[in-house]
Ligand binder design. Structure first.
Ligand SMILES: [Zn+2]
Length: 321
């Protein structure tokens, strides 16, 4: 494994901060494929950082014991926004900027914008396929999923189904995504999958283990790794197009109390939770599944206002228009 700092700068107090990339080279002169794993664009999303740890640990051992397994190249960028990660915050501290809204276009000369541009250039010049790991915030718990912008799905679905996620959500496109890393890499013909999982500032071992198997499968499927013994076991995902996702929202301000965890087969009418009045003992809203399907998002944060998201369900085909 070779380590390289792709971004390096000094803080006002004199510390040096580096964005590190770990490279596992191919035994071939022309690598089969070059795959990147990126995590930590948002410093409060820790699942991907843990997953990169698992991948680096596995690949280091594999390189020692079976160097010929590496027919392609793997580049891992485990913590691309180090200062936000140190603070456990979504935004880059001091600048209060979301680095995942700094890609492409002219974003000026700020340190987050320069850092984004160096990361994007490095990825464009070194890989064919990228996986960008994100977690949810503290409000919502998400089942391991890949979100693909509508329009890119024909290109990305064949790779996405190799990743052992529970759901692939083909998401409506919006101008908001045009400054993200995933969008800009896909524009530059680096096929990029954006994974969303878990809860902000938390780790779920089960989700990480599931995604770890998925990433190993992706590396085998793309020919980057060969002959490592038994192939990872993966399950096919649910695929939901924009019209197949129902969002349930709070109609009131109050406390949301969940009655259900994430669940593959929620039945029409099943109670997902309740919104309760803080002051007069009333149940304001019983939150039930409008159709049967896969309950893939559930609210974790109890405080709600009108419009707050409570749950999402990927509806079964028969329930869709
Ligand atoms: Zn994120």
């Amino acid at each position: 494994m070779e380590s390289r700092a792709i971004v390096s700068y000094q803080t006002p107090s004199g510390q040096r901060v580096e964005v590190v990339k770990q490279t596992f080279s191919s035994v071939r002169k022309r690598p089969a494929k070059r795959v990147a794993f990126v995590s930590g664009l948002h410093g409060n999303e820790l699942e991907g950082i843990y997953l990169c740890h698992l991948l680096i640990r596995y690949l280091k051992n594999l390189q020692r014991t079976q160097p010929k397994a590496f027919q392609g190249e793997v580049h891992i960028y485990p913590a691309v926004n180090p200062q936000a990660i140190s603070a456990g915050s979504r935004l880059w501290p001091f600048f209060s900027q979301d680095i995942n809204r700094q890609f492409g276009g002219d974003n000026g000369n700020s340190l987050p914008a320069q850092s984004a541009s160096e990361l994007l250039d490095d990825l464009k010049s070194s890989v064919d396929i990228a996986v960008d790991f994100h977690a949810s915030n503290l409000h919502l718990k998400e089942a391991p999923q890949i979100r693909i912008l509508d329009g890119l799905h024909k290109n990305l679905l064949p790779l996405a189904i190799q990743c052992n996620v529970d759901l692939i959500w083909v998401h409506p496109a919006s101008p908001m995504f045009e400054s993200t890393l995933g969008y800009n890499l896909n524009q530059a013909r680096v096929k990029t999958l954006v994974i969303e999982t878990g809860v902000g500032l938390r780790l779920h071992r089960k989700f990480a283990d599931q995604l770890f198997q998925g990433m190993l499968n992706l590396l085998h499927h793309t020919g980057v790794l060969v002959d490592t013994g038994s192939l990872p076991k993966i399950d096919p995902p649910v695929i939901a197009h924009p019209s197949q996702v129902a969002l349930l929202q709070s109609r009131y301000a109050g406390l949301f109390v969940g009655h259900s965890d994430l669940k593959k087969n929620v039945a029409k009418g099943e109670v997902i939770g309740e919104v309760l009045s803080a002051t007069d003992g009333e149940v304001l809203q019983e939150v039930t599944a409008p159709e049967s399907g896969f309950l893939f998002t559930v609210r974790e944060h109890p405080l709600v206002y009108p419009g707050a998201p409570l749950a999402r369900i990927a509806l079964r085909d028969e329930g869709c228009p």
